[in-house]
Design a protein around this ligand. Structure first.
Ligand SMILES: [Zn+2]
Length: 184
């Protein structure tokens, strides 16, 4: 066998091995572009279905775990943003509050609430399509929340005051003393 033919056969075998290893549980592993396209597709569909123009996908090892769309007005739920919805669905599906090892693909850069949820969920990585300015340009301006976070509570637009600290701290003391707690 000539070296060229041998090389070609070995290359073909290598490609078949790569092809087979890309199939898991009879599903093709999706690329990050394909996963983002799914999030974008969800955002488009959601506009037609009475929701906001936002979609999110949570994936693990290139497979979709769960998806979410913005259902704030449709569900009368101000927290029903696409990312929070996807996180809730993924956590329920996997039966865990810790989504480390998963990635989020969101059609738009997340608002502070969703960014916080992404950190709390311990998501490994985030991809986003549209950015904050794109969102602001169509009436979804969350920059004021980012600005507020940087301020001291007393300087924020939201009036707030400390109340019954001595009583509230008791739950923290109980937590600190609890031996069988699940830390998160
Ligand atoms: Zn959000």
């Amino acid at each position: 066998m000539s070296p060229v033919i041998r090389f070609t056969i070995l290359e073909n075998i290598k490609n078949i091995v790569i092809f087979v290893s890309n199939i898991k549980n009879n599903h093709f592993i999706m690329t990050k572009e394909e996963l983002m396209r799914k999030a974008i597709e969800l955002s488009m569909e959601n506009v037609a279905n009475g929701g906001g123009p936002f979609g999110a996908v949570i994936a693990k090892d290139g497979e979709i775990i769960a998806t979410g769309t913005n259902r704030v007005t449709a569900s009368c739920d101000p927290t029903a943003h696409a990312e929070v919805s996807a996180i809730r669905a993924a956590a329920t599906k996997l039966g865990t509050f810790n989504l480390s090892g998963c990635e989020i693909y969101t059609s738009c850069e997340p608002c502070p609430m969703c960014l916080g949820a992404i950190y709390w969920a311990r998501l490994e990585r985030m991809y986003y399509g549209n950015n904050k300015t794109d969102a602001k340009n169509i009436g979804f301006d969350d920059s004021f929340i980012y600005d507020e976070i940087a301020l001291k509570p007393a300087d924020r637009k939201l009036p707030s005051e400390v109340l019954l600290h001595n009583e509230a701290i008791k739950a923290f003391e109980a937590w600190a003393d609890k031996e069988d707690k699940i830390a998160y």
